[in-house]
Design a protein around this ligand. Structure first.
Ligand SMILES: Cc1ncc(COP(=O)(O)O)c(C=O)c1O
Length: 406
């Protein structure tokens, strides 16, 4: 089809702030190089490099053959809602009534619904930077404005009570907490959550979004704990977003769930009814099998990520060109390369030195990393260690070598 004279519809003004992050341009270039048969050591994937466990796939197959191919209730099938409530009871020590849970097409949709049904124009959503790159766009799409609380590497990229208190303003409507974190792998301890909870209890009108999608991927003896469990006094205004994508290697199935106050869940479900209706019946059948079934596959994946995390730390230890806060969870490490970038005239003077460096690294050395400024962390690079050990050794070796030559 010719692209000339094609009618260009007027796009709503609110779309102006919804920027596609540089990740997508970088990913497109990686795919382009790979299609030409050029090898790239890529650390860009925000998803497991494992396939969905076979018993989960079999459950989906069985469900389809049994005719489970229709719409389900908007908030999710009864079996799935029960599996979600049982998961919270068993794994998090949290009891939710049926009207306090809902299922959606990914935890991202849960977050997006929550923002959409609560934000008035100009309301602020507080993000702890470095934050997941998608949050600001989701906030803008829902009519809000992202407000940033900057954390420090020295504190493991975790928000301190003082940083939280001083970032809350009169327009703050939501505080987003993501533990374990994308892009830093930071995991808040129970004590740290209690301290943040004490600050949050001073602001009774605030809503709190606890993004726990990486909950099962943790490398500490204690499992990550939910703010709702640590601070039951806040439970009436916490929304937990979680999903199947990361823990069960089910990103393509698009299934997530949320739990929180029933009035909020009802509004979110009403929005879902008018947008996507129910999530996929097939994915829900698979998710029931994942949540209720054996945990060996998840344990295996966590062990592999753990080994890779240790490998990343040993490769970067004592290297003068990068500083890394040890990730206790998820499958990301954020490398602070700001000092190396500042040494180089080539990158120092560009608008976003980390973006320029990531582009150069890909073109010159065929290593793909995500620039940290997409996560509100200029001068850093995110590597995802959801990739094999050979790639990790070779790619990080190349990266460190290139930094040493700046
Ligand atoms: C921090 C965080 N939250 C939520 C999501 C969304 O996951 P999904 O919608 O697949 O459940 C992601 C995906 O990368 C993420 O990194």
């Amino acid at each position: 089809m010719s692209t000339t004279n094609v009618y260009a519809p007027r796009i709503a003004a609110r779309m102006a702030n919804i920027k596609v992050s540089s990740i997508y341009a970088l990913l497109a270039r990686v795919l382009d190089l790979q299609a030409k048969g050029i090898h790239v050591d890529s650390f860009t994937a925000g998803e497991p490099d494992f396939d969905t466990p076979p018993h989960v796939i079999e459950a989906a197959h069985r469900a389809m053959l049994a005719g489970d191919t229709h719409y389900t209730p908007v908030r999710g099938s009864l079996a799935m809602r029960e599996a979600v409530r049982e998961k919270f009871r068993r794994e998090n020590g949290l009891s939710f009534e049926d009207d306090q849970v809902m299922v959606a097409s990914g935890s991202k949709q849960i977050i997006s619904h929550a923002l959409s049904v609560t934000l008035e124009p100009g309301d602020e959503v507080l993000l702890a930077a470095p934050y997941w790159a998608a949050y600001p766009g989701m906030v803008y799409a829902a009519g809000g404005i992202p407000a940033i609380a900057m954390t420090r590497r020295e504190n493991g990229y975790k928000l301190t009570p003082n940083e939280l208190r001083s970032a809350i303003g009169p327009r703050t409507r939501w505080v987003m907490l993501n533990t374990p974190s994308n892009p830093t792998g930071a995991v808040y301890t129970e004590v740290e959550l209690r301290e943040l909870g004490a600050v949050l209890s001073e602001y009774p009108a605030l809503l709190i979004l606890s993004d726990e999608v990486y909950e099962k991927l943790s490398y500490t003896p204690e499992r990550p704990v939910s703010l709702a469990k640590v601070c039951p006094e806040l439970a009436g205004r916490i929304l937990i977003a979680n999903g199947l994508s990361k823990a069960f290697a089910m990103t393509g199935w698009r299934l997530g769930f949320g739990a929180g106050p029933s009035a909020l869940i009802t509004a979110m479900a009403d929005l879902q009814a008018q947008t996507t209706l129910s999530p996929s019946s097939i994915s829900q059948a698979a998710a029931v099998a994942a949540l209720n079934g054996p945990s060996d596959a998840v344990k295996h994946m966590v062990n592999v990520y753990h080994k890779r995390r240790d490998l990343v730390m040993s490769l970067t230890a004592n290297n003068p060109h990068v500083k890394v806060a040890k990730p206790d969870g998820a499958f990301y490490a954020l490398l602070d390369v700001s000092q190396s970038l500042m040494r180089s005239a080539r990158f120092r003077d560009s608008e976003r030195p980390d973006v320029a460096f990531a582009g150069w690294l890909l073109e010159q050395h065929r290593v793909a990393v995500v620039p940290g400024s997409d996560f509100g962390a200029n001068g850093t690079l995110r590597i995802a260690f959801a990739t094999d050990e050979l790639t990790i050794e070779r790619g990080i070796g190349t990266l460190l070598e290139s930094l040493s030559q700046l």
